[in-house]
Design a protein around this ligand. Structure first.
Ligand code: C5P
Length: 278
């Protein structure tokens, strides 16, 4: 096999609690992650010359910073393979949105290249490499909705009812490190006692910080809560989302987004589309 086209789904954090801070500055979290049937598409074609190249330009995302490209380099470094790859990305997941687009691209590249380069690494080995690229990467390698603990690498698979979700994309890109570094951040949310979470459980501890810094996020939350009281931010923002029982309700909430906002309707996934990749 010389080429593959693979999806890289976006994710939501249905809740995100910051439980502490490690000596290295990273924060410990407790967060419920679920993938969506919305995201990027990557095309990968093997090269024999060892070069990792990204085809196409993405404004604001230089190839050297692109987690898809960095994942290929990390895998070459970890395994010593002499193979290379051309990577083309159809980018739909907004950057700086809290939807894990870059991390998901990285995870899908690791899975695809593990096959294309014939590496036979285990998922656990891929997750160790992925964690070095971003704290959200291991989730995308786990294959199911999951509760993440640690900085995101300790994953407990969970079963969730399928949800329709409306996601609004405010016209701002949030810097994740600056949200985590904010002195006002709550860093001592108690760990949940059980892995059983009712609808609307918990909150996003990063939300008050992001909403205070970016008025568009505060406006979006207030407006979306009129359609669904459970409206919440995902990750470190900027995107806000709400669950709905039907596609019709989800589409109505999408149509009500403020002027200048992008958005989409999606379904949550019980399994990652590459869950069966070795
Ligand atoms: O790993 P990722 O690239 O997503 O993280 C971006 C930044 O967010 C980190 O450099 C760190 O400053 C902050 N972060 C954190 N604790 C986490 C995840 C991210 O402090 N669990």
């Amino acid at each position: 096999m010389r080429a593959l086209i693979v999806p890289a789904p976006a994710k939501l954090n249905l809740f995100l609690h910051v439980t502490g801070r490690r000596p290295d500055g990273y924060h410990t979290l407790e967060s419920l992650f679920v993938a969506l049937d919305f995201g990027d598409t990557l095309s990968l074609a093997v090269r024999d010359d060892g070069v990792v190249a990204r085809l196409g330009e993405h404004p604001g995302l230089p190839a050297a910073d692109d987690l898809a490209v960095r994942a290929a380099h990390a895998l070459r470094q970890a395994t010593g393979t002499t193979m290379g790859v051309d990577i083309a990305v159809v980018k739909r997941t907004p950057v700086g949105g809290g939807l894990g687009g870059g991390s998901s691209d990285a995870a899908s590249v690791l899975l695809a290249l593990n096959r294309l380069w014939g590496l036979r690494l285990s998922r656990a080995a891929l997750a160790r490499i992925g964690l070095g690229l971003g704290a959200d990467v291991p989730f995308f390698l786990c294959g199911t909705p999951a509760i993440a603990r640690g900085v995101g690498e300790q994953l407990t698979p969970v079963t969730l009812p399928a949800l329709w979700v409306t996601v609004w994309v405010p016209p701002v890109a949030v810097s994740t490190p600056s949200i985590f570094a904010d002195p006002e951040l709550t860093r001592d949310t108690a760990s949940a006692k059980m892995d059983v979470f009712s609808e609307g459980y918990g909150r996003n501890d990063l939300q008050p910080i992001a909403a205070a810094r970016h008025p568009d996020i505060a406006v979006a939350l207030a407006a979306l809560k009129k359609h669904a009281p459970l409206a919440r931010m995902t990750g470190s923002g900027a995107c806000v989302f709400a669950p709905f029982g039907t596609a019709r309700l989800a589409r109505a909430a999408l149509a009500a987004r403020p002027p200048g906002f992008a958005g989409f309707v999606a379904r949550t996934l019980a399994r990652h589309p590459l869950a069966d990749f070795a």
